[in-house]
Design a protein around this ligand. Structure first.
Ligand SMILES: NC(=O)C1=CN([C@@H]2O[C@H](COP(=O)(O)OP(=O)(O)OC[C@H]3O[C@@H](n4cnc5c(N)ncnc54)[C@H](OP(=O)(O)O)[C@@H]3O)[C@@H](O)[C@H]2O)C=CC1
Ligand SMILES: Nc1nc2c(ncn2[C@@H]2O[C@H](COP(=O)(O)O)[C@@H](O)[C@H]2O)c(=O)[nH]1
Ligand SMILES: [K+]
Length: 487
């Protein structure tokens, strides 16, 4: 318990440790004297062996974690876990695809000059930068954005509407030079080409800037990293083996009740495969669970029962634990064994990420918040009031269970369908100011960098070590919120 004072790391303000458990909202951090002169000087790389250079992992949820999310997040130093429900041949293909992505250039939407305005309009929402590159024989001949396609007959060929006064960048251009070039020309983006003039990618002004501020998460061969999950039923161990053969960089063994014998059995078998990559297992919320999972072979333990935005477990069962205290206790236990924890679920603001790291997490998992971005797999939809959204659903929802059990008998499907512990449909609206996952990452990482300097920490270890945390009332939390209109 966080009240027993045996933690070496996070300190409670004035040694006031409440005898009850705490959520992220319950706590705040006070500043320390700091020798860290710049927020940019903070090293956010994780000590847990997963190779993340920012402490963010995208949750293995079908509505959130796909190939597009994987490349985009890894390029900025985070990691995406491909869900256990995706067929293994598809995951194998996705791993190879992500590993072939460029570190600086984004993957463009490519269109032929003979394709139509309707084709382009259906594809543009797949990119936060909102552009398509028109390509002939592999070479860019034009670009289209929504403004080129507005007010035009939908069957018009792109060759008639595309902008063909192209500025192209060299694929290996220094990002700072690229930024200056785009800025001087007042272009928001430009296609980039290899030495034969063939399209290699697209670079936006913001992308060029980000390439100077972030370090991609890469494997020993310099390819972008990607993680994938397995469950604990059926072919879990065979799937783990196939994922390792496909080159996955982190393996996640995931189930709702991680502290069950079925999990320990699978975990031992997965450890028996002798993987050269970290094994993550969960979910648990107490020290005993951490101990058993570490003993069975976990390098990292995933913490969180019930905090997830799509999660109804606490309302259905009463089971779970306020997430700040869960992370605090589990991180302390993992540390004793030289292991780590990921804080999984319930993150809604940059401050929550900071609080999870202060509690000792080596990475923070985010799901639903990232559903409302261009990079999540779902189709962009528009509500009656004109706002854009994506649909999300929980992995234990009736919808996910129906998908997962498609091969089972009708009886088994009906039986499993009764144990619903997640929301089957929710609208996650895109923030018009931050519609792409990289916009959200910018905001989270700015918050976390700043939190580290307030704590006087130059690394994540120092952050967990130095943080001084207090407990606040609901009014204390409310006071911290900005006021967008007068009271
Ligand atoms: N972090 C969280 O709070 C939660 C997360 N999830 C997520 O949902 C996804 C699906 O997980 P899951 O529901 O475990 O499905 P899985 O397909 O991984 O199966 C879980 C297995 O554990 C058995 N089991 C025993 N007790 C429980 C229990 N209390 N809850 C669930 N299964 C139990 C089930 O048997 P049987 O069906 O016969 O009982 C089944 O064999 C995962 O991604 C998981 O992370 C789900 C719920 C909570
Ligand atoms: N109880 C349930 N938990 C779920 C479900 N789907 C996902 N999850 C958990 O939530 C986190 C992500 O949390 P978020 O607040 O960032 O969305 C994820 O990693 C799972 O642990 C579900 O259907 N039921
Ligand atoms: K919840």
């Amino acid at each position: 318990m966080c009240g027993r004072g045996r933690l070496k790391y996070v300190r409670f303000l004035n040694d006031q440790r409440p005898p009850y458990d705490l959520t992220y909202d319950d706590v705040f951090m006070v500043p320390n004297r700091s020798a860290v002169g710049s927020r940019q000087g903070v090293d956010l790389s994780s000590p847990d062996g997963t190779g993340t250079t920012i402490p963010l992992v995208v949750a293995n949820m079908t509505a959130i974690a796909g190939r597009r999310m994987a490349e985009t997040v890894a390029r900025r130093g985070g990691l995406v876990v491909i869900p256990q429900d995706i067929p293994i041949d598809v995951v194998t293909e996705v791993i190879g695809w992500v590993k072939r992505r460029h570190h600086v250039l984004d993957t463009p939407i490519t269109l032929a000059p003979t394709q139509t305005v309707a084709d382009a309009l259906s594809l543009l929402p797949k990119r936060a930068h909102g552009a398509g590159v028109v390509v002939r024989d592999g070479r860019p001949v034009g670009v289209v954005t929504e403004s080129d396609l507005t007010g035009v007959d939908r069957f018009t060929q792109l060759s008639e509407v595309m902008a063909s006064d192209l500025m192209v960048l060299d694929a290996d251009i220094d990002p700072r030079d690229a930024f200056n070039k785009l800025d001087a020309a007042h272009f928001k983006f430009a296609p980039a080409v290899d030495s034969d003039g063939r399209l290699a990618g697209i670079l936006t002004r913001k992308g060029a800037l980000r390439a100077t501020l972030y370090t991609p998460a890469v494997d020993a061969d310099g390819a972008l990293r990607i993680a994938a999950a397995v469950g604990i039923n059926g072919e879990a161990v065979a799937r783990a083996k196939a994922l390792l053969d496909a080159g996955v960089d982190t393996l996640v063994v995931d189930t709702a009740h991680g502290h069950q014998e079925g999990m320990l059995e699978v975990l031992r078998a997965v450890r028996g495969l002798d993987p050269a990559v970290p094994i993550v297992a969960g979910n648990v919320v107490a020290a005993e669970g951490v101990r058993d999972l570490v003993e069975a072979g976990a390098d990292i333990v995933k913490v969180g029962v019930g905090p997830g935005a799509m999660c109804t477990t606490r309302m259905m069962t009463g089971v779970g634990r306020p997430q700040f205290s869960a992370v605090l206790e589990c991180a302390a236990e993992a540390r004793k064994h030289g292991k780590h924890v990921w804080a999984d679920g319930g993150v809604r603001h940059p401050r929550d990420v900071a609080m999870a790291l202060a509690a000792g997490a080596s990475n923070v998992m985010i799901g639903s918040w990232f559903a409302g971005t261009y990079e999540s797999p779902g189709d962009l939809q528009q509500s009656a009031d004109g706002r854009f959204y994506k649909e999300s659903f929980g992995m234990a929802s009736a919808r996910a269970v129906r998908n997962r059990t498609a091969e089972d008998s009708a009886y088994d499907r009906a039986r499993k369908g009764l144990f619903e512990e997640g929301i089957s449909t929710s609208r996650m609206f895109l923030d018009p100011a931050r519609p792409g996952v990289e916009d959200l990452i910018d905001s989270i990482i700015a918050g976390v960098r700043s939190a580290c300097t307030y704590a006087g920490a130059a690394t994540l270890d120092e952050f967990a070590e130095n943080s001084v945390v207090g407990v606040q009332s609901a009014a204390g939390y409310a006071e911290g919120k900005p006021l967008h209109a007068s009271w």
